[in-house]
Design a protein around this ligand. Structure first.
Ligand SMILES: [Cu+2]
Length: 355
């Protein structure tokens, strides 16, 4: 009687701070889904719907601890962070009469419900059916052509970071501007400069269009190749599941705790290179912290000399950089945001070093 108020509690009272305090039932209080059709507000119904009846809904110790050890349906999502972390999309190439390489991709925007944590659905907008979108990878100086089709019910664009003509900038008011539902356009420009960039939708309200999932990493390899390495991509993101413009979930590559439950496998003494991009919306900064080791950091990946040798780097939204290091000893080493709130709400993982 005295505590059973959950039925009538407005969902916007379920903030991430209450989650962190362990004061709020996780699944039962209405954050179970951001999809209008399946928003759950009653604890019993939510648990039933999500198949989460057996789950401890009170995050013991705060955060989403109760979600640990359970996996989302990666097949239904159409992407798996364990595959995505080493998945680079080189598109299709052909040589132009000039001898130059033309590299082409086809991207489409769509709407899809993704399971971001066991039983917790989010009505995402995505490029090519995944969040983050494909990691586009080209070489410095090539000609790039991206055909974009909008297969969703809202106008979208692709805005690339890098050097390109104004009409290829993918913003309303320049070039083809925003692409209406069913519409398409072609973005074409040179792959410049070498470095780690990103792309995202640039239609207003901008925060929503990005936070829904329309973003991805964009790598331009330098003409003079980087050293051979075990290469990984991590797009740091979060999800506002109750529309209060604050995130309830944080991750590297969308699924909270994915690399805690199944660590990223790496080899002792092998050079590891992470392409790290922060697209987190609603929070001013994000960070990456490595345990038991330090890494060299190349901001934006544009210079060949590292600017730091550290174990924590901080990125504002849109910032990105390349990390390099080797593990001299085997074992399990954590990596996570050094904002503890983000860590507890999902942005943490393990490297498992073998050999
Ligand atoms: Cu958009």
């Amino acid at each position: 009687m005295r505590t059973e108020q959950t039925e009538d509690k407005p969902t916007h009272n379920l903030t991430r701070r209450r989650l962190l305090l362990g004061a709020a039932p996780l699944v039962g209080a209405g954050i179970a889904s951001a999809a209008g059709a399946s928003v759950q507000t009653a604890p019993g119904r939510a648990a039933e719907h999500a198949g989460a009846g057996k789950m401890a809904t009170h995050g013991a110790g705060g955060g989403h601890a109760a979600l640990r050890g359970r996996e989302v349906d990666h097949r239904a999502n159409n992407f798996d962070p364990h595959a995505l972390v080493r998945d680079f999309d080189y598109g299709k190439t052909r040589r132009l009469a000039s001898g130059r390489v033309l590299r082409e991709w086809e991207l489409f925007a769509t709407e899809q419900e993704i399971e971001i944590a066991p039983g917790i659905k989010f009505a995402a907008w995505s490029y090519n059916g995944r969040v983050p979108g494909p990691t586009l990878r080209a070489r410095e100086g090539e000609r790039l052509r991206i055909t974009f089709r909008n297969a969703s019910r809202h106008p979208h664009t692709i805005h690339f970071h890098g050097i390109h003509p104004a009409e290829m900038d993918g913003v309303p008011g320049a070039g083809d501007g925003q692409i209406p539902p069913g519409g398409s356009t072609v973005y074409e420009f040179d792959a410049l400069p070498a470095g780690l960039h990103l792309y995202h939708c640039h239609v207003r309200p901008l925060a929503e269009h990005i936070a829904k999932g329309l973003y991805g990493a964009f790598i331009i390899d330098p003409k003079q190749e980087r050293a051979e390495a075990d290469e990984l991509v991590m797009v740091l993101n979060g999800f506002d599941t109750n529309f209060d413009r604050a995130n309830e979930f944080y991750a590297a590559n969308t699924i909270p705790f994915a690399y805690m439950d199944r660590p990223i496998q790496v080899k002792r003494n092998e050079l590891i290179r992470i392409y790290l991009v922060n697209v987190l919306e609603y929070d001013l900064i994000n960070s990456f912290h490595l345990h038991g080791n330090l890494f060299e950091y190349y901001p934006t990946g544009t210079m060949r000399a590292p600017t730091e040798f550290t174990d924590v780097i901080t990125q504002c939204q849109g910032q990105r950089g390349v990390l390099e290091w080797r593990f001299p000893t085997p074992g399990k080493f954590m990596f996570h945001a050094h904002q503890s709130e983000f860590t507890e709400l999902g942005w943490q993982g393990f490297f498992e070093v073998s050999g």
